[in-house]
Design a protein around this ligand. Structure first.
Ligand SMILES: Nc1ncnc2c1ncn2[C@@H]1O[C@H](COP(=O)(O)OP(=O)(O)O)[C@@H](O)[C@H]1O
Ligand SMILES: [Mg+2]
Length: 275
């Protein structure tokens, strides 16, 4: 089967211009990373702050061009530096950011936030746009009455639900989730993770799930890639990586994560599932 996403040796450098007193320099944020994600699966990317996770996310979502390497979406090579993206390709990959406070325009009503991707990328008429947005609100656990409200009237967890709904409006194949629950309370984290799992099943979504929190990753990942200073130091199935980490950095990372967190979250999620 053709993977939904394939990355071959992705590289991203940032050039920081110098000034009169300081020499310019180059930051090697991502140094040649390769991976594949099959349809319906979740690849978790873990690593400490600054290791290049968000840089990778911006390349995969075609927000930033790659410095080198190839990226294939459903087997088609994409390179935004050399040709403009088709709206079809643009629709295939969507992103949800960590901070639901910053990622939603405070001046726009939820309905406008949700229908905007349809206005920009499709010719769907207004009535149908509204219907689709209403339906999506319900899919993410919100209500029709929320359509005319503003982002500030929602809690963090609800705002993240809106961000997820917006990301799904164009029926994407791949969702890149960059620390989507890191800013939320623990109990709300579990709810949003459950929602993401349900949506993945319903829409056959493929996820790239970025996190620095191993207890979350253990719960949701099929495969895990551990990044360290721009490189993938470990990549394998969840069980391989968690049960038998090979790289010394992964071992250190795991040793620093209290095991009790994992069990507590798992128990909570199971209780919710039964309820
Ligand atoms: N726009 C940018 N300009 C210059 N350097 C950047 C930029 N974005 C990220 N970096 C640098 O690239 C490295 C990786 O950052 P990032 O991808 O944000 O890591 P993470 O998401 O894992 O915390 C860091 O050293 C960061 O300072
Ligand atoms: Mg980041």
């Amino acid at each position: 089967m053709t993977p939904v996403l394939e990355a071959r040796n992705l590289v991203r450098d940032y050039h920081i211009p110098g000034s009169l007193l300081k020499k310019g320099k180059t930051v090697h944020a991502v140094k040649g990373v390769s991976f594949k994600v099959e349809e319906g699966k979740t690849l978790a990317i873990v690593g400490e702050s600054g290791c290049g996770k968000s840089t990778l996310a911006r390349m995969v979502t075609m927000i930033d061009p790659v410095t080198a390497g190839d990226m294939l979406i459903d087997g088609t090579k994409v390179d935004i530096a050399s040709e403009p993206l088709s709206s079809d390709m643009r629709s295939k990959v969507q992103i949800v950011f960590q901070n639901p406070y910053g990622s939603l325009n405070p001046r726009k009503k939820i309905g406008d936030i949700l229908t905007e991707p349809l206005v920009i990328n499709t010719k769907i008429p207004a009535g149908e746009r509204r219907d689709r947005a209403m339906a999506m609100l319900k899919k993410v656990g919100l209500e029709e009455k929320h359509y005319t409200r503003y982002p500030h009237m929602f809690s963090g967890g609800q705002r993240q639900r809106v961000a997820i709904a917006r990301a799904l409006m164009l029926n994407p194949r791949l969702l890149v989730l960059d620390e989507p629950v890191s800013a939320l309370d623990l109990s709300v984290q579990a709810q949003v993770l459950n929602l993401l799992a349900d949506l993945q099943d319903e829409f056959h979504l493929t996820y790239v799930f970025i996190s620095h929190d191993l207890s979350v990753v253990r719960h949701i990942a099929d495969e895990v890639m551990v990044m360290y200073f721009g490189e993938a130091v470990e990549y394998g199935s969840r069980d391989q990586v968690f049960d038998d980490p090979q790289h010394s950095y992964t071992k250190t990372l795991f040793a620093a994560t209290p095991r009790v967190d994992v069990d507590a979250i798992r128990a909570r999620l199971e209780r919710r599932k039964r309820a």
